[in-house]
Design a protein around this ligand. Structure first.
Ligand SMILES: O=C(O)CCC(=O)C(=O)O
Ligand SMILES: [Fe+2]
Length: 366
């Protein structure tokens, strides 16, 4: 038996131990037997390497495993992929060649991500602006192309109030001289017509983010005490996947199309984190397809309204106003405890003096 075949056989036995049955005959599903999530293989690399063989209908990467699966729409495609890549395509760990095997059926795994749901309170208005309006808004902020900017992962510009990333808040007492540009006014006239619910929303803070391919924004909840509900973000240029996560482990991947407006309100604004994974491609799954969307430059306009006073939402676990109140109660308790300690120490110091004065000694009065 040749060396390659022997190696594959070893991996096939390992797959069998996990209940995955390989097939001698070509099927639509290929197992990459020696590389998976734990070896740093990604869906992006698989799509880039394999899409030339035909339509990919699914990719399955079980968490914590050193194998994964690519499912083609036809056996012809999977067979071509097998012939050209088995033992020849160096995308396994340390640039080693991948070892392939056909399998009968995909194992059942529960995905930790969902592509077809949105968190409560989240609305996406597609084609919210025209191509001309998009161009105007993309050219407006005049980002300096030569500087990488103050943020590691993107460039930002603030209007109305500066968002300070070191304190995760705005300095409400120092508004910026640059207000939200009047070129944005049409957005809110349009919103009033399209969405009654947000007719009263008049933002006074705007953050423009510019993301190059490979850049993103860490998952976060916009500070409750900084901004009221809702938050709105207009997507210009590249479509992108935004990740929404909640505390009980739900993870929704939401495609933000070019020229769309996303409105985050209620639970989606207060409880779910949102973020953009820094990568050059997004994997989009719908029904029975798996596509790669190549990122190019994206500019987003995030409109927010500064909150006056504390937040009084019901999503207390993520509310910094609640945390602030809790902290001040704790501070008060600590202060009281210290005060009691101080009084006790003072008492212990003056006690001997009193006992001498009263003639108290060793518990006896004489
Ligand atoms: O780029 C976006 O659409 C979102 C930006 C954002 O979440 C933020 O600036 O807080
Ligand atoms: Fe945000």
């Amino acid at each position: 038996m040749k060396k390659l075949e022997r190696k594959i056989k070893r991996h096939q036995h390992a797959l069998l131990r996990d209940g995955i049955v390989t097939s001698e005959q070509p099927t639509k599903i290929l197992a990459i037997c020696n590389a998976g999530l734990v070896n740093g293989l990604s869906e992006e690399i698989l799509i880039i390497s394999f899409e030339k063989y035909g339509e990919i209908s699914n990719i399955l990467m079980p968490p914590g495993k050193s194998y994964c699966f690519v499912c083609f729409a036809s056996i012809k495609s999977s067979n071509q992929c097998y012939i050209s890549s088995n033992g020849q395509l160096n995308i396994a760990q340390d640039k080693k060649p991948i070892l392939l095997s056909f399998i009968e059926s995909l194992p059942e795994i529960v995905y930790d991500k969902t592509w077809d749901s949105v968190p409560p309170g989240l609305i996406i208005l597609n084609d919210f602006i025209s191509e001309n309006e998009e161009k105007l808004l993309m050219d407006l902020p005049k980002f300096d192309e030569t500087s990488i900017g103050s943020m590691k992962n993107r460039q930002v510009k603030h209007f109305g109030f500066e968002f300070k990333y070191d304190i995760n808040n705005v300095d409400k007492s120092h508004p910026l001289p640059m207000k939200i540009p009047s070129e944005c006014d049409f957005i809110f006239t349009r919103l009033r017509k399209k969405c009654d619910k947000f007719a009263d929303f008049v933002p006074d803070q705007l953050t423009v983010n510019k993301y190059l391919p490979g850049q993103g924004i860490p998952s976060h909840v916009d500070t409750h005490s900084a901004f009221v509900d809702p938050l709105m973000s207009l997507s210009l240029g590249s479509p992108i996947v935004m990740d929404f996560k909640n505390e009980i482990g739900s993870h929704y991947c939401i495609m933000l199309p070019q020229r769309s407006l996303i409105i985050m309100s209620e639970e989606s604004r207060y409880l779910w984190t949102h973020g953009i994974t820094p990568r050059k491609y997004d994997v989009i799954r719908n029904n029975d397809r798996c596509n790669l969307s190549i990122r190019h430059t994206r500019i987003s306009y995030t409109f927010r309204k500064i909150r006056k006073g504390d937040c009084n939402c019901r999503f207390v676990s993520k509310c910094d106003s609640v945390r602030k109140k809790e902290n001040s109660v704790w501070r008060m308790i600590k202060l009281l405890q210290n005060w009691r300690k101080l009084m006790y120490m003072k008492f212990m110091i003056i006690l001997p003096n009193i006992s001498v004065k009263l003639g108290i000694n060793r518990g006896r009065i004489f």
